[in-house]
Write a protein that binds this ligand. Structure first.
Ligand SMILES: Nc1ncnc2c1ncn2[C@@H]1O[C@H](COP(=O)(O)OP(=O)(O)OP(=O)(O)O)[C@@H](O)[C@H]1O
Length: 596
């Protein structure tokens, strides 16, 4: 058993130690603050949502992969807040380890900064060095022990001191040292390993295989996307070896000592996972929020979150998380972006280049959770230019340019011009227009479904497709060619704009979880108040067409704050050239608009 335990431990240690966040309390709040305050609903009552990221290990500066986990969790948090749920969103830092103590604070600040600048709306931040966390871990340990799931045993396996991890025989290979002597090394790190035997505490993981299988079989949505659900079920086909959950203090001085046995240290992954409980007040006040917990994790730490953590929770008599959302990795030229490989993309530097919302949009639109995706600056540039600058920005411009909308209002909708009955003779709308109306009406439920199974890219793809339809609608009917001196043309002109603005209003509400600042810019320009931006408001599309009142009609537009999203440039030289060109283009486009 000890050998198998060593396998699990080696893997889990490495994975968990890499997985941590730090946060700033900054921008969190826009739409979420009021909803995040106050207690969760009682267990069983609908309406609470507690989402977490992994806590990040502060042994290196944050890279774009870390930001990806945070942006996904942020997106879910914002979505639920928009839907009216009371929300909580936690992240934090794993700061255990004497070796990293001095650097920890600086790196921690760096994580906070990056989350601040990426509008990560966390409401709670936990550090493993906090007293409340120590209390939570000690209590959790005692519960497992008292429930009979921890026992003292002997542990044997390959051990790498620099990596502080046990390895399985398959993770070890033959090598020679500088003197030509035969040694064993870790296949992953290349560090020398030694055969170790020590007494420590083991967790009866083997007792939980059937319960874990039952949990997953009766909760097919517990792990999203579905691909990872099947991977976990597959893992559970095999026996689960018991896990070593402590280390001799002499080998691991940092961390929390085992209660009642100061010669042993609670191992890092058990310690770290409990952070999710610490945040919600464990052991005293956790039950309301804990019953509505959802984790966002990278696929590298799936086994921890989908096997070990639920087993610990079952052993402690606590509810299991409602869902575990899993994402794959960003690669660079085919290799995982990783601090140990050194091929990381700096989120600060790139956000200056591409803007925060540009990068958020790219990560969510191109990041397919089921498979790894290769990062490239060119890809960011192309996507943002085509979907944010040209398509979305173009649509906003068409709706609000003074040349087309001289009164600067949300214009009137005329039912005679766009009747529900497409056969009415007064109607000017064509079949494609009716198809567009249908697509936009169905968009909120499609987007919600895709957000909820973490296929955010599909949600954004659907929105982008609809933006194209609306641009096509304007192009098709060329309102600039209408003679607004004639009543019918004027009413149709206003209706075209009204429908386009309604579409844009829906797109922006739905885009809030993904690109909050851009969405805010559009909604503010359309004159949509902050209390009119909830998910329900997106489900009330084109009310006049449906025979209901439209609160926005005839309302003045909000102030013009400039171009929605400036086209991105390839390099500095081109930026300069482009700026000059743009100045000219802006002048020309002003002239063109005035000609409409
Ligand atoms: N390339 C990546 N793509 C997407 N997410 C990532 C990536 N790298 C890290 N993450 C996320 O950040 C978490 C913590 O990662 P970690 O600190 O281990 O970074 P790392 O660069 O992968 O480190 P290392 O490879 O050196 O172990 C992961 O569990 C995952 O959620």
């Amino acid at each position: 058993m000890s050998g198998l335990g060593a396998v699990c431990l080696g893997v889990s240690e490495r994975l968990l130690r890499g997985a941590r966040f730090n946060l700033p309390r900054v921008s969190a709040a826009l739409t979420c603050r009021s909803l995040s305050e106050g207690p969760a609903q009682r267990s069983g009552e609908p309406g609470g949502y507690y989402v977490t990221t992994p806590i990040f290990y502060v042994n290196a500066a944050p890279h774009l992969g870390h930001v990806h986990s945070a942006v996904l969790a942020d997106c879910l948090h914002r979505l639920r807040a928009l839907q009216g749920l009371r929300c909580r969103f936690s992240t934090g830092t794993d700061e255990h380890g004497l070796k990293i103590q001095q650097a920890a604070a600086a790196v921690s600040d760096r994580f906070k900064e990056v989350f601040g600048s990426f509008s990560i709306s966390y409401t709670d931040y936990v550090r493993t060095t906090e007293e409340r966390h120590r209390r939570a871990v000690e209590h959790f340990w005692s519960v497992l022990l008292n429930n009979g799931f921890i026992y003292k045993g002997s542990y044997e396996g390959w051990y790498s001191t620099p990596d502080e991890s046990f390895l399985t025989p398959t993770q070890v290979t033959d090598s020679t040292d500088s003197l030509g002597r035969e040694i064993k090394v870790s296949t992953e790190s290349g560090h020398k390993v030694e055969w170790m035997k020590e007494d420590n505490y083991l967790f009866r993981l083997s007792d939980f295989r059937t319960q874990l299988q039952d949990w997953l079989k009766s909760n097919p949505k517990a792990i999203q996307p579905e691909k990872f659900y099947h991977i976990v079920l597959q893992w559970l086909e095999n026996d689960l070896p018991d896990l070593s959950v402590s280390r001799q203090r002499s080998r691991l001085q940092w961390g929390i000592p085992v209660p009642g046995d100061p010669e042993q240290t609670i191992y890092v992954w058990l310690d770290a996972l409990v952070n999710y409980l610490t945040v919600v007040g464990y052991p005293e006040e956790h039950s309301d929020w804990w019953s509505v917990a959802h984790h966002v994790v990278g696929k590298d730490i799936l086994k921890f979150h989908a096997v070990y953590w639920p087993a610990f929770l079952l052993a402690a008599g606590l509810p299991l998380p409602r869902s575990i959302y899993v994402h794959s990795h960003w690669t660079v030229q085919g290799k995982k972006m990783s601090k140990s490989v050194g091929n990381v993309v700096d989120p600060f530097e790139r956000s200056k280049k591409f803007t925060v919302d540009g990068l958020r949009y790219f990560l969510l639109r191109q990041g397919v959770p089921d498979t790894d995706c290769d990062y490239g600056d060119d890809k960011v540039l192309k996507l943002c230019n085509s979907e944010l600058a040209d398509s979305l920005g173009g649509l906003l411009n068409r709706c609000t340019a003074p040349s087309l909308n001289p009164e600067q209002t949300y214009p009137q909708f005329c039912n005679a011009s766009f009747p529900k009955d497409s056969n009415k003779p007064t109607g000017r709308a064509v079949s494609e227009d009716y198809r567009m109306i249908k697509a936009v009406s169905e968009l909120p439920s499609l987007v919600k479904e895709n957000f909820e199974n973490l296929h955010v890219y599909k949600a954004l793809e659907a929105i982008s497709g609809c933006v194209r339809l609306t641009n096509g609608f304007i192009q098709r009917h060329a309102p600039w060619k209408l003679n607004c001196g004639e009543t019918e043309d004027r009413l149709w002109h206003q209706t075209i704009l009204h429908v386009s603005m309604e579409c844009l209003r829906i797109y922006s509400i739905l885009l809030q979880p993904a690109v909050p600042e851009l969405a805010d810019k559009i909604l503010s320009r359309l004159g949509v108040r902050s209390d009119e931006r909830s998910w329900d408001h997106a489900c009330n599309f084109l009310p006049k067409y449906e025979g209901r009142d439209c609160p926005y009609e005839r309302r003045p537009l909000g102030p013009d704050t400039g171009v929605l999203f400036n086209r991105l440039e390839r390099n500095e030289k081109q930026v300069e050239t482009r700026k000059l060109g743009k100045l000219k283009k802006d002048k020309t486009s002003l002239k063109t608009q005035n000609m409409f």
